[in-house]
Ligand binder design. Structure first.
Ligand code: FAD
Length: 442
């Protein structure tokens, strides 16, 4: 019997070092390649972002268009669906007599549920999730996922000396599409406008950026510069491509190891690996905790003290708080779709500790805005900073003035991103907004 495969590209928008694509290339006689636009796959009801920011959408569209071009060099094409995961896959199964469905490991709970419901609905079809997009194979971990250490440091000590697997090349060829699907142009992606600036989505620009970063020797000073706030060079800027799967963590590590052999191996080069382990930790964390990644009380069942202040939240989103460094970071995010790691820590601390807001609104806003949005890193880091996650110290409050003196002593960053233009008062209610007599409760 002819084997007809359907490959859903989810967080792996690339053809090189893609274990799922390699597996499909060997397994099936005919192939359909599918991508699903993420606005339809979001899970978080009332915390759901209203729409992806134009920056995030543009980066994604560029990435999909680039994948389509790379697939067409291998005789394939990418179909884009705007429907839910369940509906997109069901429709193709019925139309094209699919016998096998593949995707890379799914991180999200909601997406995983849709996948499970498909497996139940089509018991005669083979459904395969392939381990991909991580440094380590699940079998390499020296513990079961239920026993994942509850702090990053313990995790790191257990895994950092594991021998990692080198990145591999793209398949030489792919099985053809079923004849009657060829050139179904209406399904394909049309990019009318390409990104400007440094962050251009897609595997080809990811590879250029990766090579450029190491050629310029930036890895040798990463540890000293990594806390910068502005510019392309102080940190690697691999995250947008890693988050969309245009680049794999093993491709980064393979290049890093080459650099260490050919140029220099020092604390800075180790620290890039250290940060990739953070990414790995949050992936395992999501596997272990599932739905609790999005829970208000996090993994520790501690409910943070918080109140609902819609106006404060709006001010935070718009960079209009009494805290110039926070405003500058939020203005940078809103204008570019990117914010430094230091900036993310400061704005998250402000939302939780100064403005007393529910951390999930902050996480959700970043989901909407960030071109490097990654479900596990975003929600895991937010939990950590809100004191309900994997932080053994808990309740990490940053002194925003002190942080400004350390990281922006001349206030250049604040000036550039107009952080001084915020509202100096947190709540703009005046006394006349309050009732004259206290309300009586029955
Ligand atoms: P570098 O400093 O050069 O680090 C190299 C790589 O290591 C990064 O590309 C990233 O893959 C990984 N990494 C570094 N720091 C972390 C970290 N703390 N957690 C997980 N992985 C890390 N990262 C995302 O990729 N997507 C997100 O949605 C995201 N949301 C965040 C939200 C908050 C509140 C915070 C505090 C951090 C968040 N991070 C997120 C982590 C981190 O800020 C970014 O990965 C980093 O700023 C990306 O820039 P870079 O590639 O230059 O990082």
């Amino acid at each position: 019997m002819r084997r007809v495969g359907l490959l859903w590209f989810n967080n792996d928008l690339r053809i090189s070092d893609n274990a799922t694509l390699l597996r499909v290339a060997q397994d099936v006689d005919q192939l359909i390649c599918l991508a699903i636009e993420p606005a339809q796959t979001s899970a978080y009801d009332k915390f759901k972002p209203f729409a992806l920011s134009s920056h995030r959408r543009q980066f994604l569209n560029d990435s999909l268009a680039d994948l389509d071009r790379n697939l067409s060099d291998l005789g394939q094409q990418l179909i884009i669906s705007q429907q839910s995961i369940r509906d997109s896959i069901s429709e193709l199964i019925t139309q094209y007599n699919i016998t096998h469905v593949y995707c890379s490991h799914i991180d999200g709970v909601y997406e995983q549920k849709q996948w499970q419901s498909l497996t139940q609905h089509y018991p005669m079809i083979g459904f395969h999730q392939v381990a991909n997009n991580r440094l380590f194979e699940p079998t390499q971990l020296p513990f079961n996922i239920a026993e994942l250490p509850n702090s990053f440091s313990k995790f790191r000590r257990k895994v950092e000396s594991i021998q990692t697997i080198n990145a591999v090349s793209a398949p030489k060829s792919l099985p053809p599409s079923p004849a009657h699907i060829a050139n179904r142009d209406s399904h394909r992606i049309h990019v009318h406008k390409h990104s400007q600036g440094q962050f251009i989505g897609g595997e080809n620009s990811a590879q250029r950026h990766l090579a450029d970063y190491f050629i310029r020797g930036l890895a040798s000073t990463y540890k000293e510069t990594r806390n910068g706030l502005d510019g392309m060079d102080y940190s690697t800027k691999f995250s947008p491509w890693l988050a969309n799967g245009c680049l794999s963590p093993r491709q980064v590590l393979t290049e890093l190891r080459r650099y260490e052999q050919r140029v220099e191996c020092n604390e800075s080069t180790y620290w890039i690996y250290f940060e990739l382990l953070w990414r790995e930790y949050f992936k395992c964390y999501a596997d272990k905790y599932g739905q609790r990644l999005y829970a208000f009380s996090g993994i520790n069942n501690v409910r943070p003290t918080t109140s609902f202040y819609p106006q404060r939240f709006k001010k935070w989103c718009n960079g209009n708080t009494p805290y110039p460094i926070v405003n500058a970071c939020m203005n940078q995010l809103n204008s570019t779709g990117y914010m430094s790691n230091r900036g993310r820590q400061l704005v998250a601390s402000c939302l939780v500790h100064e403005l007393n807001l529910d951390w999930r609104y902050g996480a959700s806003y970043m989901e909407q805005q960030l071109i490097d949005y990654d479900m596990t890193s975003n929600w895991g880091n937010w939990q950590y900073l809100a004191g309900v996650g994997a932080d053994p110290r808990g309740h990490r409050r940053f002194d925003l003035e002190k942080q400004t003196q350390i990281y922006d002593p001349k206030r250049d960053f604040i000036r550039r991103w107009q952080g001084d233009k915020g509202d100096p008062i947190v709540d703009s209610n005046d006394i006349a907004d309050w009732p004259i007599t206290a309300p009586t409760h029955r």
